[in-house]
Design a protein around this ligand. Structure first.
Ligand code: NAD
Ligand code: ZN
Length: 699
């Protein structure tokens, strides 16, 4: 394939998965699949360096900051780790280390890689001052109140030889027991459970209400120490000291003299990790000596002195008993494999337990689409291989053809009609999925539209979940998203439903009590304030994802303007092509959608972009570029950005040789300042900047 096309395909995919993972706490693919795509991109970029962009997913940490918490710049960047899934690459890593440290002896500290989220804690004079997420690596969300709910984290420490300012890094996680308890609660109220403990931990650290965060029972293992003072000579020394200061140091670590010793450690933990009370996805190797770490240095994304070895997904044989078909929000029909263990061949299906994979019983696996059935040449009764990694939906990777003739098998007939509403399925040219075209009447499609509408990046009604929507839908209370705004207390109070849990075989009754009803109504009410761009995304217009929604909202600014836009105007929006423009046009041309929009407008949803366009003050900074970093006395960073832009200047995110000014506040990262000095960038204080503006006004 043409490398230019492939690079842009991979970049788009990886950016999308990153935003789902870091912003929505959802994993659409397994980590291994994600890492494979990332590796492919890195390899193409190596072969064609001219295709490598500075903001490629291979070059930067995948996360971002949110608007819900104050943004804090990290004193030391928070990087990612290179990773590998195989021994040979681990040996290659060791070879690279050896070459970069010619003639020197070195050793590794091997640590368990716990699967949670990276946190940074800063201490001043022994007191915990701030807790921050990794964010995009250079700045993160300040979530101090939430990290203070971690009981094992010392709020203050006392010791003779601690530096006045230092930082601790660690992994915040949700212990498996708390994870299970939380999911059971969500399940009981009919809300969608979290797919894995990592996503649940991430969600809990980002709650606005720290009392609720406290209730979730988060914990943290710390694994690194940073300071401007030379306190320790090695990583080992720092871990021992942290422990003696009362920190909850990541347990199980071991010092290894050779890569073979490290591999032994890896093998020991491969199975043993399932006995731990928290999720573990691999082992981290770190060169022990700090001097050697400095010699090895870092790339823009990760240190060269460390690597993560990740365990592969577990794969086991199972028996394909039958295939069922699921209809999604877009009408796409997904075949699902219903499985039993090999020894359960003769058991009635409602009695089978399934296969044990990565700590859970698996009875279902996705088969993606009709092409996948053909690719696998799958038949009912086949012995298949199922794989599950992390808590991602299990999938069938292959058929064991040697078993084919031993038992009777049957052809699979893909349905011609929708299993939910009976409409004849269609398949558009060039697409793999079959669709149910009945988007106005097919129940899972209608429900799916409402689920899409309430999600975090859309209207963010988190007091409603899949289960509750299903209940409201089944009771005939909601049919479209506009119906949500007509719901009353009396409609909701006392609603009841039995929910059957397949895994336990038990049925639970959920019923809406006062508090639930109040929360639902409150959530719906406050969604009226969700920004216009979120509403555009929430409508579920084909090809209008969160990013496209934002572009359209910024460009047209009001619903009216967007609805009356011509094709020419639509394709005029930066990065909006014909396919999207066409889909937007069709959506608004549909009379049913027009009625829906009108109802939404009457209930008072946000129909225009409210952030004001910047009002120009002058042109004094025209053509000049700025990077703004650190904390300022009289301005917020956003205010400074507006000031620069209102005077014709531009704000960039990184320091480079082309930059004109670095506007430096207090507490900015030393490396950025150093880099700016080295590149001869003019450094301005807050006062310099104000003077610069005034001078220009005076002239
Ligand atoms: N499934 C998806 O859709 C999806 C999307 C994006 C990212 N991901 C996964 O996330 C990875 C990228 O995340 P990442 O940048 O956080 O990398 P990473 O999780 O592979 O490694 C870095 C992180 O490991 C953690 N860690 C745990 N124990 C540690 C220890 N003892 N020492 C040091 N760090 C330790 C830290 O949080 C650190 O930030 C990808 O490689 C992929 O596997 C998955
Ligand atoms: Zn249908």
């Amino acid at each position: 394939m043409n490398p230019v096309v492939r690079v842009s395909e991979l970049t788009e995919k990886l950016n999308y998965y990153n935003s789902r993972y870091y912003q929505d706490d959802v994993s659409e693919v397994s980590d291994q699949e994600f890492d494979l795509l990332l590796k492919e991109l890195a390899e193409i970029e190596k072969e064609f360096p001219e295709l490598k962009k500075a903001d490629s997913p291979t070059q930067r940490v995948g996360g971002t900051i949110t608007k819900e918490f104050p943004t804090v710049y990290h004193r030391y960047p928070m990087q990612s780790l290179d990773n590998t899934y195989n021994e040979q690459e681990l040996r290659d890593f060791d070879e690279r280390v050896r070459k970069l440290l010619p003639g020197e002896a070195y050793e590794y500290i091997c640590e368990l890689k716990f699967d949670g989220i990276s946190l940074s804690f800063s201490y001043e004079n022994g007191v915990l001052k701030q807790g921050v997420t990794r964010g995009d690596g250079s700045r993160g969300d300040e979530i101090t109140e939430n990290v203070k709910t971690i009981r094992s984290l010392p709020l203050s420490i006392q010791s003779e030889n601690i530096p006045s300012v230092f930082e601790i890094r660690g992994e915040g996680f949700l212990p498996l027991r708390s994870f299970e308890r939380l999911n059971a609660e969500l399940d009981a109220t009919g809300d969608a459970p979290y797919a894995n403990p990592r996503n649940a931990a991430s969600g809990a650290f980002k709650l606005q209400d720290s009392a609720e965060t406290a209730r979730r029972g988060l914990d943290c293992y710390v694994y690194s120490f940073l300071s401007d003072d030379d306190v320790f000579q090695s990583h080992e020394e720092s871990l021992l000291a942290l422990k003696s200061w009362g920190f909850n140091v990541s347990p199980g670590w071991k010092k290894c003299q050779t890569i073979d010793e490290a591999l032994e450690f890896i093998h020991v933990w491969e199975e043993k990790r399932f006995e731990l009370p928290l999720a573990t996805d691999g082992i981290v190797l770190k060169v022990n000596s700090y001097a050697q770490q400095r010699e090895l240095g870092s790339t823009s994304k990760s240190p060269r002195w460390a690597i993560a070895f990740k365990y592969k997904a577990e794969n086991k044989p199972a028996l394909l008993r039958f295939v069922s078909y699921q209809v999604g929000r877009t009408g796409a029909v997904t075949p699902v494999a219903n499985l039993s263990g090999l020894h359960e061949r003769n058991k009635p299906y409602d009695k089978v337990k399934g296969v044990h994979l990565s700590g859970t019983q698996v009875k279902r696996a996705t088969l993606h689409n009709a092409n996948e059935l053909e690719r696998l040449e799958l038949r009912i009764g086949d012995t298949v291989f199922v794989e599950k990694s992390g808590e991602i939906i299990p999938k069938i990777t292959a058929v064991d053809h040697t078993q084919r003739n031993l038992f009777e098998t049957e052809t699979i007939h893909f349905p011609t009609h929708c299993p939910e509403c009976g409409t004849e399925l269609v398949r558009n040219e060039g697409e793999v999925a079959f669709y149910c075209p009945n988007d106005r009447g097919c129940p899972p499609q209608l429900r799916g539209k409402i689920e899409h509408f309430i999600q975090r990046r859309a209207m963010n009604i988190d007091s409603l979940g899949e289960g509750k929507i299903e209940l409201l839908f089944d009771k005939g209370l909601i049919h479209t998203v506009a119906d949500l705004y007509d719901l009353s207390y009396d409609d909701l109070f006392g609603l009841e439903k039995d929910i059957f849990n397949e895994e336990t075989g038990k049925t639970k009754k959920i019923s809406f009590r006062e508090k639930t009803v109040e929360n639902i109504l409150k959530g719906i009410e406050s969604s009226k304030k969700a920004p216009f761009k979120n509403l555009l995304f929430g409508l579920g217009i084909r090809y209008v994802g969160a990013t496209v929604g934002e572009k359209l909202a910024n460009y047209f600014r009001t619903m009216d303007a967007l609805m009356s836009a011509t094709m020419e105007e639509l394709v005029n929006v930066p990065e909006i092509g014909e396919r999207i423009a066409q889909s937007v046009k069709e959506y608004f041309a549909d009379p049913a959608n027009q009625v829906l929009i009108e109802r939404l407008q009457k209930t008072g949803l946000t129909f225009e972009t409210d952030d004001k366009p910047i009002e120009m003050e002058g042109n004094a900074l025209a053509g000049k570029t700025f990077v703004i970093s650190g904390v300022f006395q009289n301005f917020g960073r956003d205010e400074l950005k507006i000031k620069v832009e209102a005077n014709g200047g531009r704000v960039l995110s990184g320091v480079s040789g082309k930059l004109n000014y670095l506007l430096a506040g207090d507490n900015m990262g030393p490396s950025k300042l150093e880099k700016a000095k080295r590149l001869g960038v003019t450094i301005l204080s807050e006062d310099d900047f104000v003077a610069m503006l005034n001078e220009n006004f005076a002239n």
